[in-house]
Structure formats: structure tokens, C-alpha cells
Design a protein around this ligand. Structure first.
Ligand code: GLA
Ligand code: ZN
Length: 673
């Protein structure tokens, strides 16, 4: 699918605009638009009075011109009358202040009135358009997120807790409320976390986050149910947004048919290859939610208007960004937005068409060229992005790390540590899956698990089983420390795995931002005699922020700290357990350490590469596999031209001399043996 968010309800008094738009869309090979995302006030101008005529005319006209529609449910922003008549739909913040009407994405997820009004409008939409041949997919609301602390939500939260814990004693036990006399006598006493009230009980904070996530997912399911009950059969998606922390996306994904997301990298802020790798990480998180092709529903074809500094896209960037999504498993590269609005919040946000109506803008040319490229990649749609290496990134673990008071309250760098492992693997041109602690590990030969501070129930068993059966598992510092309620494990950590890793964690040292230590090969003997596989590792790497001190039992120490009172004690260890190996990285190491270590481990794990020899710096390789062929996507995000030695295959995109200039893409189709 190629296209984007389209808001023609703004131009109903200027019908020629629709005709111009359709002409331009065809010029650019645009085949799909998302309609109605924020159209509720036009669809139901007064309570119970509906007007679908304008939308029908637009959908018909698009359809006649070969353009499909992703139809939205409009719950992301509500009409004025709704908020005025039923103030309960307005969100209450953690300071217990209710919002006035305005902005968007700020309704209560619990309010029975809001749920009912959404059910009604969704039902009407499905009845009217559910059978329209143009409508291919439902776009449920928009970028769900945030929390509401209103009395209705408090009530629902208490019900959720009661269902979970049954008795208040069980809740007190799970939350360790004896500390500071925070014991609850009844569920009625529980309030959501607030700076005005309870903010120190992590068990409460975690359950509140789970509740908000569940409540949002439940709201979404109810939206989908309304469509289904009215007979609509098209698949449903909801557009996700990076690390919007409020919803456990892995859980949400179970309730939708297709995963989609909105991708807004700050291109040109730092080196392009860095931004490209971070963006790749998010594409892979999103693909990992279902392990199936996904949709990039939004990206900006020009400059945004909400970033601190919204830069123009340099020539080639629109195309590179769109093709990157396809490389990582997307079957749609879409934009926000098709046409710039005349007023309102986003009048200066980049769009396929701007206030000047012509087709001779740089952006429009970029969009046309990208459309041509996508045309050449049609056969790639539906193919899979398989991976033999995975990195674990877990929402609940992240929530716990964010709030728990520990060795460093200013900067634990969880995401960065996840990305370090990810980057090291990607650098070798490997596809990498991202999964959470609940994910299946047996598909992988190598799994990286950075900073798994919180262990969800059963996670340790899964790791044990994985290593026992021959997997290579890398865990890092500050792992296996607390259970799902942030209660410290008793009897030694990493919880349940001290024999698997052959060590026990003893202490953890936090470093000031300006401090560093090193991890180095011990002694002066050459590394190979000490650690035979260590060829390729440097003698020393720096580490920062956190240094864990561990006591080995059966683990072999591969590197030791270079400084401080713990100089000489283990910094990297390996323990062979069952048929596999468990590695423990004790400190927040620099990127080069991970690059070198994973190179060794990928060899140990016998993970084949789609690429012979090293990839030029800044060139990203991702592979999609169809039934009969593999598709190798090579993209050059470095400033320098790269020369590649390509395997035999058919070029779908790219120059036969296999030179890749800055931001150029090459797609090679290689038949599968
Ligand atoms: C989000 C929203 C869109 C729009 C864009 C602007 O992703 O979903 O409605 O506001 O941001 O970048
Ligand atoms: Zn509420």
C-alpha cells in the first residue's frame, strides 16, 4: 500500500480540491488513503444526527480512480457537543484535574458514555461502509496512549485489582506495603499513583500501568467488536507509536489483525547511519509483535512541525526511509499527510501536496519516485523477515526499571543497552527479531537479554530450558533482581539461574556520568591461550554507569575489571550449561565490546550470513524471504559511496555496477536453492 492520511473533510466547500488530489495521487502511484481519523464532528454534527453523504461521495470517487481506503474509527478526537453534554468523557490527570474540551487523544478509556458513543458511531460507519469495495482495512482510533485518573477509572482499577488479588492481604503482600505503614485495609482505599499521594509503592505503579494498558486494549477491542457486530469483515489495525510507554504493545498486538506504526525519525540530526539503525530497531520491534509483515502507516514526506527543530528531508531521504520500512518487513509505506491543511495545529506539517497546488515541488517529485520504486517491489509484499538471533525488550521490565529506586535514578539507559546488542548483530548484516520475555526462544540460536531487572513469572525456566537445549544466551548486569511486583528475589540473583550462569551477583556499583572503568583481558599472557575464541577481541574496553560485581562458581572469567577496588574481578563470564552457553556481561560496555563479542558468538552459534565478507560501514542489509527467492535490501546510510560485491541475482532496484551512493538502495532477488 502506498499513500497516507487524508483529511478531505476540510475542503468540502472546494470540491475541485478532491479532483486535483486524485489526479496527483495517480501521478504518484498512490493506491491507498486513510480516511476519517478525525472526522467525528463532520460525521455526527449533533448527537444522534449522522451525515455520511460527503464521505460516501469521496470514497466512491477514490474507488472509481483505483484508490483504496483505510477507514478510521473517529474516537481519537470527539465533537464539542459530546464533551459539553458528558464531561465524564474528558480525561483527569494524575493531579486529579479534569481537562476542558480541546486537543485530541485525551478521552477517558473507562467512561461508559464514551464507550457507548464510540460504539454507535463505529456501528454506523460499519453499516454504511463495511461492504464498500474500496474499504480494505479498519484504522482503529489513532495512537492510543496516556492514562485517565477520573473516579470511573479509579473504580475500574479497584475492580481489576480485586479480580487479580481476591483479598486485600494478598495485595498488601505483593506490594510490600508494610514498609512505611502503607498497608491498605480495603480495596476502596486504593488510588492510582499520584505526586499528591502514593508514588513510592512500585507494586501499585506496576499494576496501575498494567491496568491502563489493559483498559486501553479493552477499549480498542470494544471498538472492533462494534464493527464486527455490524458486519464489517475487513482486518483491523491501530497505529502504534514508538515507545509510547502506556500500552504493552506485545499484548495489544494479540487483539488486532495487522500491526502498524508511525515512524518519525529525526533524520539529519546526527549521522544518518545511526538514525537508520535506531529506526531499524523500531521497525523490528513492530514486526516482532506478530512476526508477520506490518504496515508503516505514517512517516513524513517533508519536515514535521512538532519536533524541536523540524528539518527538511535532504534529497533521497524520503525514498530511503520508505524503502527501509519495506526492507524490515512492511507491506505499506504511507505518509502523514496527503495534503497540508489550511489551518490548525498541523498546517505546516510536511505533506505530499502543499498549499501551493503544483506537482513541481521537490516533495511531490520524491513521492513520485518512491512510488516508482515500490511498484518494482510489488512481488516482495507478503514475504517474511526471518531471524536466527533475537534481542529481548520487555515492556514490564521497562516500567519497573523506570520507577524503581536503585543504583542510578538518573540514567539507567535500558533502551540504549538493548540497542547496543541489536546494533552489534545488525552490523553483521543479520536480521534480528525483538521479542519480550513471554516470546518463544526456541526459534533462535542466539538470544541477547540486556538488563532483565524484572523477571516475569517463568522467565527463568524458559532461559534454563533454552540454554540446556543448546542455545547461546547473553544476559547483562542488573538482571533477575525482582519479581513482577518489584519484590526482590530472596536467596541470590540472577534469580533461579545462578547455576545456569555459574555465578552469583554480589553488589552493583553506580558510576557518576564522568567516571568510567574498563573490562580487559586478565594478565599479560596472550588472549588466545586464556580464551581461545577471543581472537578479534581487544585487550580492553571501557564501561560506564553500572558495574556489577559477581562471584563465579562454575563460570569461566573471560574479562576482568581494570580499575577501582574491584580491579581484577570478573566483568565478562561464560558458563557452559547443558548443550548451550550462558554469557554474563557485568557492566554497561561500550558499543565496540558488543560488536566484537557478538561476532564471536554468531560464529559459535553457526548463524549463516546472507552476505560474504564485511559490509561497508553504514551500509544496512536486511533480507526478506518469499517462497522461491530471498530479497536482499542494501541501503547506504554512510556519507561515502560504497562498492559492493553482489552475489548472483536479479536487480529489482539499483545500478548494475553495484555502487551505492549516499541514501541509495539496492534490492537483489536471489533464487532460493
Ligand atoms: C502522529 C499522528 C498524526 C499526526 C502526525 C504528525 O503520528 O498520528 O495524526 O499528528 O503525528 O507527525
Ligand atoms: Zn477515566
Amino acid at each position: 500500500m502506498y499513500g497516507g492520511d487524508y483529511n478531505p473533510e476540510q475542503w468540502l466547500s472546494m470540491p475541485q480540491i478532491l479532483e486535483t488530489d486524485i489526479e496527483r495521487f495517480k501521478q504518484a502511484r498512490i493506491n491507498t488513503v486513510s480516511l476519517g481519523i478525525f472526522s467525528w464532528a463532520r460525521l455526527e454534527p449533533r448527537e444522534g444526527e449522522f451525515d455520511f453523504g460527503w464521505m460516501e461521495r469521496i470514497i466512491d470517487r477514490l474507488y472509481e480512480n483505483g484508490i483504496s481506503v483505510i477507514l478510521a474509527t473517529p474516537s481519537g478526537a470527539r465533537p464539542h457537543w459530546l464533551a459539553d453534554k458528558y464531561p465524564q468523557v474528558l480525561r483527569v490527570n494524575e493531579m486529579r484535574q479534569r481537562a476542558l474540551f480541546g486537543v485530541r487523544h485525551n478521552h477517558c478509556m473507562t467512561s461508559p458514555v464514551y464507550r457507548e458513543k464510540v460504539r454507535v458511531i463505529n456501528t454506523r460507519l460499519a453499516q454504511r461502509f463495511g461492504a464498500h469495495p474500496a474499504v480494505k482495512l479498519w484504522h482503529i482510533s489513532n495512537e492510543y496512549g496516556g492514562a485517565c485518573h477520573c473516579p470511573l477509572c479509579q473504580e475500574a482499577f479497584r475492580g481489576w485489582l480485586e479480580k487479580k488479588y481476591k483479598t486485600i492481604d494478598a495485595l498488601n503482600d505483593a506490594w510490600c506495603t508494610t514498609f512505611w505503614s502503607h498497608t491498605c485495609d480495603s480495596f476502596e482505599q486504593v488510588e492510582s499513583p499520584s505526586p499528591l499521594g502514593e508514588s513510592t509503592v512500585m507494586g501499585l505503579t506496576l499494576d496501575w500501568k498494567r491496568f491502563v494498558s489493559d483498559q486501553t486494549i479493552d477499549f480498542m477491542e470494544q471498538e472492533i467488536d462494534a464493527l464486527r457486530a455490524a458486519g464489517a469483515e475487513q482486518p483491523a489495525t491501530t497505529n502504534l507509536m514508538y515507545h509510547f510507554g502506556d500500552i504493552d504493545y506485545f499484548r495489544l498486538a494479540e487483539k488486532i489483525d495487522v500491526v502498524s506504526w508511525d515512524n518519525y525519525p529525526t533524520w539529519h540530526k546526527g549521522p544518518e547511519w545511526e538514525t537508520a539503525r535506531d529506526t531499524a530497531f523500531w521497525h523490528d520491534v513492530i514486526r516482532g509483535l506478530k512476526k508477520k509483515p506490518f504496515l508503516m502507516l505514517e512517516s513524513c514526506p517533508g519536515a514535521t512541525n512538532w519536533q524541536g527543530v523540524s528539518k527538511l528531508k535532504k534529497p533521497g531521504m524520503v525514498e530511503a526511509g520508505s524503502l527501509q520500512s519495506i526492507a524490515h518487513g512492511a507491506d505499506a509505506a504511507m505518509y502523514f499527510q496527503m495534503r497540508k491543511s489550511r489551518g490548525g495545529e498541523e498546517k505546516f506539517h510536511g505533506a505530499v501536496l502543499d498549499h501551493y497546488d503544483g506537482d513541481d515541488t521537490r516533495t511531490f517529485q520524491d513521492v513520485c519516485r518512491t512510488g516508482e520504486m515500490l511498484e518494482r517491489l510489488k512481488e516482495v509484499a507478503g514475504s517474511r523477515t526471518g531471524a536466527l538471533a533475537a534481542v529481548i525488550y520487555d515492556w514490564e521490565n521497562r516500567w519497573a526499571l523506570e520507577g524503581s529506586r536503585g543504583p542510578r535514578n538518573d540514567g539507567l539507559y535500558y533502551e540504549e543497552s538493548v540497542e547496543k546488542s541489536y546494533r552489534a548483530l545488525r552490523r553483521m548484516g543479520l536480521n534480528v527479531d525483538i521479542t519480550d520475555q513471554r516470546g518463544e526462544l526456541s526459534d533462535y540460536r542466539l538470544v541477547a537479554a540486556p538488563m532483565q531487572y524484572l523477571f516475569r513469572p517463568g522467565f527463568e525456566e524458559k532461559i534454563r530450558d533454552y540454554v540446556e537445549k543448546g542455545g547461546i544466551f547473553v544476559m547483562t548486569y542488573w538482571s533477575g533482581v525482582v519479581d513482577e511486583n518489584d519484590r526482590c528475589f530472596l536467596g541470590g540473583t540472577p534469580h533461579g539461574l545462578m547455576d545456569v550462569f555459574g555465578l552469583r551477583s554480589e553488589e552493583i556499583d553506580a558510576l557518576y556520568d564522568w567516571e568510567e572503568n574498563t573490562a580487559c583481558l586478565p594478565g599479560q599472557e596472550d588472549s588466545a591461550s586464556f580464551w581461545p575464541e577471543s581472537a578479534g577481541m581487544r585487550r580492553s574496553y571501557t564501561c560506564k554507569y553500572l558495574c556489577q560485581l559477581v562471584k563465579p562458581t562454575t563460570a569461566r572469567t573471560l574479562m576482568v575489571y581494570g580499575k577501582d577496588f574491584y580491579a581484577g574481578s570478573p566483568a565478562l563470564l561464560r558458563n557452559d550449561y547443558g548443550k548451550g552457553s550462558a554469557y554474563y556481561v557485568c557492566a554497561d560496555m561500550e558499543q565496540a565490546f558488543y560488536d566484537d563479542l557478538y561476532r564471536l558468538l554468531v560464529r559459535q552459534a553457526h548463524i549463516p550470513s546472507a552476505w560474504q565478507g564485511p559490509l561497508p560501514e553504514g551500509v544496512e542489509l536486511t533480507t526478506r524471504s518469499g517462497g522461491k527467492a530471498d530479497y536482499l535490501f542494501l541501503q547506504n546510510f554512510s556519507p561515502d559511496e560504497a562498492e559492493l560485491k553482489l552475489p548472483e541475482g536479479e536487480l529489482l532496484i539499483g545500478r548494475p555496477d553495484a555502487r551505492l551512493k549516499h541514501l541509495e538502495t539496492l534490492v537483489l532477488k536471489v533464487p532460493r536453492p
